[in-house]
Design a protein around this ligand. Structure first.
Ligand code: ADP
Ligand code: ZN
Length: 615
């Protein structure tokens, strides 16, 4: 790739001008400046940035600076209209081509493209399979190709889209047009696959820090998940927008109904719903303030609603990658947000069972097992969760973040060797002496010395271990079992989730291996002062400014409704907060607020000043 060095200086000046005038931002963030500069000069780029890091600007600004139309490949057809609306609100000329359009709409956009009347064109990847689209692109001038959600090219990832494989055509047909591939998926394996499959060997790589300082990570023991969720929302996120993830369609439906009955408006989202309902629920989530969506992992990719204040997991995700992507949908606007999860013994049992019965060969199952083990290690850690997450993505940090549950309330570890020996020897006696296998519940009953019908039926009250565990409570034994499973000192098998020993169990039983366990704190305090400080883009809101902020939010809702677009497209929360704090008295002053560009100032400026005048 030849880069035109002489245009770099001019390029970055023009980029800075566009950033302020069109987007209303003072400065680029993180790697944005370097990326934009590189692409404007005609270089290829691979951009790895966490969700909320600001990937869109990396191709939007160069598209506005370079001559021609920026072509954005995106798999998210359902969101293209919103993306185009958001750009139009900024005064950027944008259009899209996908299968959801009527032919005449499509022809209009095609004509605009050829005439050079667009700045950005969004395209579904499958379009490029048709020679007609390729010829269309050849009739206009393309300034750059942006390949969004580039990890969709990875065959082993969970978002694989076969159409992405066809994107190698871009480089073949347009060798001189710069390409920028972007993703929030961070592992090295995915990165290498993107480079290989999209022929990006010569591209410059930009790898940002994957830390999301404004997200508070918390993982708590699961008792009654729906009740815990409700308490959490009421205590910390009443009236906020949030996403709740559940494993099954059934629990999605139940949880959404439970929340709604209890005064938290929630809608379900899963693959079993018909297309209309799904689209309606997604669109309500994007448009209304403070709606909760309860969903399977089918929901979320590409949802760039910036003010999602919490992401809750009621079931254990299958991998740290999944957990990180899902939680990353909180707080794109940089304001404090919570990633909250409950997790219990049944999660481990269920996930291990799913792996055992999964299709695919032994190597595949081994892979799933490794993913789950990493996830369990994150759940059971006694050190900083954020540190552990970053280390997983190859960015070890080493310090304590001060904004996760283990930092806020350090859990104690305790010497669980004797407890582990009791549990394991109960399993051993059943297995080796009697050839029997039982699930965790029954074994805990034996340890607690409960003479219930099942115990009596099998004469388990005659076992030597009967009643040796009365020093711990039922929930504590379940915690011990869960941690032994997580540490691989115990295994679970079959449909009934029976417990069996592992090779490592012998080390505990017979070779004096010590076992350290995590004692869960009773309650985790909600917010910390450091949390707010760490969220860099937060404009601290004085309590006195809250009523004004609420007024501005009402104005925004009404305005968005009138124009039939999501509220955040008018202005996002961060911008409204800054307005409430600074109370600008003139259009010129309002124009200096972050997020207020030329077009929005012209469109909404008077309206905002009126609200301020009334206050
Ligand atoms: P990503 O696609 O990486 O998840 P987005 O492009 O959606 O992130 O950006 C996340 C949020 O950050 C958006 O609300 C966007 O307006 C804001 N943002 C991005 N870059 C900047 C910047 N340089 N200054 C201020 N806000 C920014
Ligand atoms: Zn921490």
């Amino acid at each position: 790739m030849v880069t035109d060095e002489s245009s770099i200086g001019a390029g970055i000046g023009a980029a800075q001008e566009v950033l302020g005038r069109v987007f209303g931002y003072d400065d680029f963030r993180g790697d944005q400046r370097e990326i934009v500069e590189h692409v404007i000069a005609g270089g290829d780029a691979l951009v790895l940035m966490p969700t909320g890091g600001g990937k869109s600007l990396c191709y939007q600004v160069p598209s506005l600076v370079r001559p021609g139309v920026g072509v954005v490949i995106s798999p998210l057809i359902a969101l293209m209209q919103d993306q185009v609306d958001a750009l139009s609100a900024l005064g950027v000329r944008a259009g899209f081509l996908n299968s959801s359009q009527f032919p005449d709409e499509r022809r209009t956009v095609e004509a605009q493209f050829v005439a050079g009347e667009l700045d950005l064109l969004y395209l579904a990847p499958e379009r490029l399979r048709s020679e007609a689209t390729v010829r269309l692109l050849e009739r206009g001038k393309v300034s750059l190709f942006a390949i969004d959600e580039a990890h969709c090219v990875s065959q082993w990832g969970h978002d694989f889209r076969p159409d992405y494989l066809a994107l190698s055509v871009l480089h073949e047909r347009w060798p001189d047009v710069p390409r920028i591939a972007l993703t929030a998926t961070a592992t090295e394996k995915t990165r290498d696959e993107i480079i290989h499959r999209l022929d990006l060997g010569g591209a410059r790589r930009f790898v940002s820090s994957f830390d999301r300082p404004n997200i508070q990570y918390r993982i708590e023991p699961k008792n009654r998940a729906d009740r815990q969720l409700l308490d959490f929302i009421r205590a910390e996120h009443a009236g906020d927008a949030g996403i709740v993830y559940c494993l099954s369609r059934n629990s999605v439906e139940k949880t959404a109904a439970f929340l709604t009955e209890n005064g938290v408006t929630a809608v379900p989202y899963h693959a079993g719903l018909d297309n209309r309902t799904r689209a309606t629920n997604q669109s309500r989530f994007l448009r209304e303030d403070g709606l909760v969506v309860v969903a399977t992992i089918a929901f979320g990719m590409g949802i760039d609603k910036p003010d999602v204040r919490f992401v809750a997991h009621l079931d254990l995700p299958k991998s740290v990658e999944g957990y990180y992507q899902e939680t990353g949908r909180a707080g794109r606007d940089g304001l404090p947000s919570t990633a909250w999860m409950v997790y219990g013994l049944n999660d481990v049992v269920q996930q291990r069972k799913m792996i055992e019965s999964s299709e695919g060969d032994a190597a595949h199952r081994r892979q799933l097992q490794l993913h789950l083990d990493a996830m369990l290690a994150l759940c059971e850690t006694v050190s900083c969760r954020r540190g552990q997450l970053l280390a997983y993505f190859g960015q070890p940090d080493g310090t304590s973040c001060g904004n996760c549950d283990t930092c806020l309330t350090p859990p104690e570890s305790w010497d669980g060797t004797v407890a582990a020996q009791k549990m394991l020897s109960a399993v051993l006696r059943l297995e080796r002496e009697r050839g029997q296998r039982f699930g965790a519940g029954h074994i805990v009953d034996i340890l607690l010395g409960k003479s219930n019908p099942k115990v009596l039926q099998h004469a388990h009250h005659e076992l030597k271990v009967f009643g040796v565990g009365t020093d711990l409570r039922d929930v504590e034994w379940r915690g011990v079992t869960r941690q032994l499973l997580a540490q691989g000192l115990l295994a679970v098998h079959g449909d009934y989730g029976v417990l069996t020993l592992t090779e490592a169990s012998d080390e505990v039983l017979f070779q004096g291996r010590q076992v350290w366990l995590r004692r869960e704190p009773e309650r985790v305090p909600a917010k910390s002062a450091r949390a707010a400080k760490q969220a860099k883009t937060v404009v601290d809101m004085a309590p006195g400014d809250v009523p004004l902020f609420e007024k501005l939010r009402e104005w925004r809702s009404a305005t968005a409704k009138e124009q039939a677009m999501p509220a955040y497209i008018v202005f996002n929360d961060a911008t409204l907060r800054e307005i409430a704090a600074r109370k600008p008295g003139s259009l010129a002053e309002l124009g200096t607020v972050n997020g207020v560009g030329e077009n929005k100032l012209a469109k909404y400026g008077e309206g905002v000043l009126e609200i301020l005048a009334q206050a």
